[in-house]
Design a protein around this ligand. Structure first.
Ligand code: BGP
Length: 466
């Protein structure tokens, strides 16, 4: 790895900041939703809002040279008229300046799911006006922090929050509608392209990209019907985000299939399509947790279930997309308590495929393992995380050896934080946060291991062929 390779951890505003109603911040859709349902929420989370200096110092002491975080839209823009909150901007100036002082490259996500509730109340991502509001917000932050930031990304994981919010219904706004899913996805792609347009118009310094929940698709065999199912699955999982953001092309066979199945695509008007066609990213951020193994569709209605129970095989995750494909589990693979397959080879395969297809610089913007951990000890001996990270960084190094231009690796997450519908007990951090005892921070064994890896420029990783 060369000296400019970025090594760090990643977080998201809602998951770590807390301070949910401080300094004039307004509600996000997650504040409103979790409060209304009385569910575990991010009101305090890791209290990063007040402890960011300590957290950044630990990043620095851990040898890291970059930090991926998101800006909170409802901290910065107070209403649908677009009023800017100076206190919100000040917080991020302070945070960014602290990063720069410590030699930590800030890697910024503009949107990591915390839509202002005042926009959700007007239809959220179903409403074309939200795209204009996003463009305004993106323009405000890009101009404000111009010159301090080299790496901007518009959206974190469009697929994940759109499917979960509009089809699976485990995220706000808890809908179950294919039509709303497609329309929401369209508006997010458009808003993304509008932000890229604003970035170019304003002559903002640095590079702009998008972060995708990348899940490379494998088939159970190579029969023609399996290959067809794989193409449908790849469109569903990856291509609609990646093809569109890199080339301005929404996969035509996917649009044809959606129309044939009765989805109304009349909202895709020519003027907006033109914005999408004209505004491409400079790099890709890929979050990798697992692959998708598929077989041809056989029967049943579309069923999407995500395991938020934390009990292996109980809330069994399942994906059947009627007339498209079915996801299957590999009996020979290992799975986490949340039914996520541990499959480092998928990262190698995915990097090769993404490189062949898009030829753009790639950052692995998230990778990590969620576990139950006892954090009352001095140092959590998280050998499972070390082994997981070792095997995934090894996969990246193998892909780089084979010519893929990977520029950075961000562990999810820098420190323990709130995991959406899974609460705080699903831990990903390199640093333990004791939520029960004053939120004190204690590095885990993986933090020190990661430091060694970084200092050795990757030499410390145990290498193997995949
Ligand atoms: C990604 C998100 C993160 C994070 C991570 C782990 O999808 O970008 O915000 O939460 O996955 O997922 P989870 O917290 O659901 O286990």
């Amino acid at each position: 790895m060369n000296n400019s390779f970025l090594w760090g951890g990643a977080t998201a505003s809602y998951q770590c900041e807390g301070a949910w109603n401080e300094d004039d911040k307004v509600d996000s859709m997650w504040d409103a939703y979790l409060h209304e349902k009385g569910l575990e929420n991010g009101d305090v989370a890791s209290d990063f809002y007040h402890r960011y200096k300590e957290d950044i110092r630990m990043m620095k002491e851990g040898g890291q040279n970059s930090f991926r975080f998101s800006l909170s839209w409802p901290r910065i823009i107070l209403d649908k008229e677009g009023t800017v909150n100076p206190k919100g901007l000040q917080f991020y100036h302070d945070l960014i300046d602290e990063c720069l002082r410590q030699g930590i490259e800030p890697f910024v996500t503009i949107y990591h799911w915390d839509l202002p509730q005042y926009l959700e109340a007007e239809g959220g991502w179903q409403n074309r006006a939200t795209c204009d509001a996003f463009m305004h917000y993106a323009r405000v932050v890009m101009k404000e922090f111009d010159g301090k930031i080299t790496y901007w990304t518009t959206f974190n994981e469009p697929r994940w929050f759109i499917f979960n919010g509009y089809f699976i219904g485990n995220y706000p706004p808890e809908c179950h509608s294919a039509q709303m899913t497609i329309k929401g996805a369209w508006h997010v792609l458009l808003a993304h392209a509008m932000a890229v347009q604003a970035f170019r118009e304003e002559g903002i310094q640095g590079k702009i990209g998008i972060v995708h929940s990348y899940t490379p698709v494998d088939g159970v065999d190579d029969r023609p019907e399996t290959l067809k199912a794989m193409r449908y699955a790849d469109n569903y999982c990856n291509n609609w985000v990646l093809d569109t953001a890199t080339k301005g092309e929404i996969p035509q066979d996917m649009l044809d299939k959606l129309s044939a199945e009765g989805i109304d695509l009349s909202f895709m008007n020519e003027a907006d399509l033109q914005i999408i066609r004209n505004n491409h990213v400079d790099f890709l951020g890929l979050n990798y947790y697992s692959r998708t193994l598929v077989k041809p569709y056989t029967e049943g209605e579309t069923t999407l279930i995500v395991n938020n129970t934390g009990k292996k095989g109980k809330g069994t995750s399942k994906t059947i997309v009627k007339n498209w494909f079915e996801q299957v589990q590999d009996p020979d693979s290992e799975y986490t308590e949340w039914d996520t397959e541990i499959y480092p080879k998928g990262l190698y395969d995915g990097l090769i495929r993404a490189w062949e297809r898009y030829h753009l610089p790639i950052f692995i913007t998230e990778n990590g393992i969620g576990c139950y951990e006892d954090v009352s000890v001095d140092c959590v001996q998280d050998d499972w995380r070390i082994s997981y990270m070792n095997d995934h960084i090894n996969a990246i190094m193998n892909a780089m050896d084979d010519g893929v231009d990977v520029r950075g690796y961000f562990a999810w997450s820098s420190f323990d934080l709130y995991s959406w519908k899974n609460g705080c007990e699903k831990r990903y951090g390199l640093v333990a946060v004791d939520f029960e005892n004053g939120l004190c921070r204690r590095p885990k064994k993986s933090y020190y291991w990661f430091k060694d890896v970084i200092e050795s420029k990757g030499e410390r990783v145990e290498r193997r062929k995949l």
